[in-house]
Design a protein around this ligand. Structure first.
Ligand code: FE2
Length: 308
C-alpha cells in the first residue's frame, strides 16, 4: 500500500537536508501549568507564520480565563514582524483550553484542525448534552484537514498527517524538516500519549507513531507536551526521529504492537483524568469558544457527573 502523505512528508524533509528548501524557524512557548508547548513556525524569508496548539489560561477554582500565554505569542509575532497565515490545532486538547479565536482576532490567520473533529464533536456533544445550537460539522474552524493535505507557510510546505490513537482526530504536521507530533509520542525518556479517552485506541496510536518514525532520522521532532522524566530536571520539547526510534521507552524499534497495547492499556488504567478535561473539551470542540451566555449574560460550563 502506498502512503502518499508519508512520501510527500519524506520528500519535504529530504529537500531541506539537501539544502534545496529553507528550514522553518521554530519558537516554542512552554505553559507549565498544563505542560503544553505552543509553537510559532515561520519562514524567515517571507515572514509568514503558523501558530500550533495555543493555550488560553484558565483558573478552574475561580472560573477565570486570561490571556498571558496567548499574549506572549502575540508579542513575539509582532516583534518578529510575522504575518500569521494558519492557527492550527493538532487535536481537541483535554488538558488546556485553546486560545485560537483570540489569536485569530488579534493576528488574523485561518483556524484549522483534522476533519475527524466531527467524530469528537459527536462523542462529546452527547456527553455534554449539547443542544442544536452546537453544530457538529466542524464549522467552528475555517478549514478541516485530511491526511496528505498540503498548506504553505510562506514558501515552506506543510504536510498534514492523520495520526489517530490518542483521539480519533489527531493530526501531525510536517513543516519543512520539522515534525509537530501533537499527542502521539513524547520525549524518548517519557514515551507516549495515553489512549483511553473516549474514542482513543492504543493499537491505532502504535500504528500512527510507527508511521511518523518512517520520516528521515534527522527530522526535527517538536512535542506538544513535556512532563520531565525520571532522572531529568529540565523541560525539553525537541528531539529527532532517530532518537525516538532508537530510545523511546514505549515505542523504540523492536517493540511489537501487542507489547505496546498491553503496556499502554495497563498504564492508562492507573491514570487519573486530566484536571481540565471537562472544561477543555467543552471549549475546544467549539474551536476554543465558550458556550453561549444564559439570560443573565453569564457563560457556564457543565460538569457531567459519573459519565467519564
Ligand atoms: Fe491531548
Amino acid at each position: 500500500m502506498t502512503d502518499a502523505a508519508l512520501a510527500k512528508a519524506i520528500a519535504q524533509v529530504d529537500a531541506v537536508l539537501a539544502g534545496q528548501m529553507r528550514a522553518p524557524q521554530v519558537k516554542g512557548f512552554f505553559d507549565e501549568p498544563t505542560f503544553t508547548i505552543s509553537y510559532v513556525v515561520s519562514d524567515a524569508a517571507t515572514k509568514k507564520a503558523a501558530i500550533i496548539d495555543s493555550v488560553w489560561d484558565f483558573d478552574q477554582a475561580s472560573g477565570r480565563t486570561s490571556f498571558e500565554s496567548a499574549d506572549a505569542i502575540i508579542d513575539y509575532v509582532r516583534e518578529q514582524g510575522l504575518t500569521v497565515e494558519w492557527i492550527l490545532e493538532t487535536h481537541a486538547h483535554a488538558d488546556h483550553l485553546s486560545a485560537a479565536p483570540y489569536l485569530q482576532e488579534q493576528l488574523g490567520g485561518k483556524m484549522s484542525i483534522g476533519r475527524e473533529i466531527l467524530t469528537v464533536q459527536g462523542v462529546f456533544g452527547k456527553i455534554f448534552n449539547e443542544g442544536t445550537e452546537f453544530a457538529r460539522d466542524g464549522s467552528q474552524f475555517d478549514q478541516l484537514l485530511e491526511d496528505g493535505d498540503e498548506l504553505m507557510i510562506g514558501e515552506i510546505p506543510l504536510t498534514a498527517m492523520h495520526v489517530p490513537g490518542h483521539t480519533p482526530a489527531d493530526m501531525a504536521y510536517v513543516i519543512g524538516d520539522a515534525l509537530f507530533t501533537g499527542d502521539t509520542m513524547f520525549m524518548p525518556d517519557y514515551g507516549s500519549a495515553r489512549a483511553d479517552f473516549p474514542g482513543g485506541d492504543a493499537r491505532m496510536l502504535y500504528r500512527s507513531v510507527r508511521r511518523l518514525m518512517k520520516l528521515p532520522d534527522e527530522t526535527r521532532v517538536f512535542l506538544c507536551h513535556d512532563y520531565k522524566a525520571p532522572n531529568r530536571d529540565q523541560y525539553v520539547w525537541e528531539t529527532t526521529v532517530l532518537a525516538e526510534r532508537t530510545s523511546n521507552v514505549h515505542l523504540h524499534d523492536g517493540v511489537s504492537e501487542d507489547e505496546f497495547v498491553a503496556m499502554r492499556t495497563q498504564r492508562d488504567a492507573t491514570l487519573a483524568m486530566p484536571k481540565l478535561i471537562l472544561p477543555s473539551l467543552q471549549v475546544n470542540i467549539r474551536g476554543g469558544r465558550l458556550p453561549p451566555p444564559e439570560d443573565n449574560g453569564v457563560r457556564y460550563l457543565k460538569l457531567p457527573l459519573d459519565v467519564l
